[in-house]
Design a protein around this ligand. Structure first.
Ligand SMILES: Nc1ncnc2c1ncn2[C@@H]1O[C@H](COP(=O)(O)OP(=O)(O)OP(=O)(O)O)[C@@H](O)[C@H]1O
Length: 369
């Protein structure tokens, strides 16, 4: 369990935040300059807070009142940054072993072999980092953090420098760290889709303060938490249940009280609860159930809120029948012409081709109490 309650002034920036997590992945989410990396630096021990406490599993790492400050190298915290920061003159194997030296003999809970196997880096062990791709470097950086048997893993936008394909390769690996190695993770990201895949809890930072915190569903339930994000980043997630797979057409069927969600590919075994990530730009709104349209996923609900700024676009939060919300990007012109306003019934249409197996998170989806 990690508890953070810190204040820190950095030039003109004033950070004052408190949050806690009981394990799994807690995501720090927020726009650029909101204080995410500063928070990571404080937890890692790369800088000192002006006031406050940070405790990990009941042990104070920092307590300004009692002048406690455990130095970074004694915190047993693994760090993974956007750029892998490997030692260029060491082989992959020696980079990995370097992480291990930080773990006292008695606390080496994570062995090298399963890490190498999980991350698929066995064939890279003799190479130097200069001869690795970006995705390979990042897997080695994750491995190095893991073999130090950390009590906590801090990941600061670990996928931000990778292309979409590499991201999709590494996300399942991080899910395995969470589920198989059971290492608590504080995960910094701008990407709603990553947060939805990985996190049970999310802490939204804005201007150095906690703007919202709670389960991913609660925090992202309406458009407000994402108001500062570009429309291409806005997304919502729906908790639903895998109900079948249509062999003839290769489509997974996911049951939700508001309607069946179809996706191109497999979603997991029938009966499994899942979280489906849906980008706001992939959702179209309609006041009537469409006929003569190629769209298969038609979810019924009510308009809960409409967020607009000065531009031509709006983000509509639709409260789905049963439970959950979906966000839709639309033009203000369309909303005016359709007469859509809070309280009006609406259909949210989602292109099946916009969803595939990468859109679905299985695994522990509920936030620890
Ligand atoms: N050492 C420093 N001295 C002065 N200001 C600083 C220092 N470090 C960070 N800041 C300021 O603190 C604010 C928060 O920075 P931080 O890097 O934590 O943001 P962030 O949310 O991680 O942003 P991004 O998503 O762009 O990485 C910024 O305004 C930044 O300029």
């Amino acid at each position: 369990m990690i508890r953070v309650h810190v204040k820190k002034t950095l030039g003109a920036f004033d950070l004052d935040i408190a949050f806690e997590s009981d394990g799994g992945v807690v995501a720090l989410f927020g726009p650029s300059g909101s204080g995410k990396s500063a928070t990571i630096g404080l937890i890692a021990g790369l800088m000192r807070p002006d006031h406050g406490t940070i405790a990990l599993d009941g042990r104070a790492l920092v307590d300004t009142a009692s002048r406690t400050f455990v130095p970074a190298h004694r915190r047993r915290i693994g760090l993974v940054f956007q750029d892998a920061q490997l030692f260029p003159h060491l082989s992959v194997k020696h980079n990995l072993m370097f992480g291990r030296w930080f773990a006292p003999q008695a606390e080496r809970r994570v062995a090298l072999d399963p890490v190498v196997e999980t991350l698929g880096i066995g064939h890279l062990l003799d190479r130097r980092p200069g001869r690795l791709s970006g995705g390979e470097k990042q897997r080695v950086a994750i491995g190095r953090a893991l073999v130090s048997s950390p009590r906590l893993l801090l990941m600061d936008e670990p996928l931000a420098a990778l292309d979409a394909e590499r991201k999709q390769e590494i996300l399942p690996l991080i899910e395995r760290l969470r589920d198989e190695f059971r290492i608590p993770i504080v995960y910094v990201s701008h990407a709603v889709e990553e947060v939805a895949r990985l996190a049970a809890r999310v802490v939204v930072l804005a201007h150095g303060r906690v703007a919202a915190a709670g389960s991913v569903e609660d925090v992202f339930g309406d458009g407000a938490a994402q108001a500062g994000e570009s429309r291409f980043r806005r997304a919502s997630f729906v908790t639903a249940r895998v109900s079948g797979f249509d062999e003839t057409w290769g489509l997974a069927e996911i049951a939700h009280p508001a309607g069946t969600i179809w996706l191109a590919g497999r979603a997991g075994p029938p009966g499994r609860d899942c979280r489906v990530v849906i980008r706001a730009t992939d959702v179209t709104l309609a006041t009537e159930r469409p006929t003569g349209s190629s769209v298969r996923t038609v979810l019924h609900g009510l308009v809960a809120r409409i967020d607009t700024d000065k531009g031509p676009l709006a983000t509509v939060t639709v409260e789905l029948d049963g439970h959950g919300h979906v966000l839709a990007s639309a033009t203000r012109k369309a909303l005016a012409e359709l007469g859509l306003a809070p309280g009006r019934p609406v259909f949210a249409l989602i292109k099946t081709v916009a969803l595939d197996e990468q859109s679905v998170a299985l695994g522990p989806l509920s936030a620890p109490a």
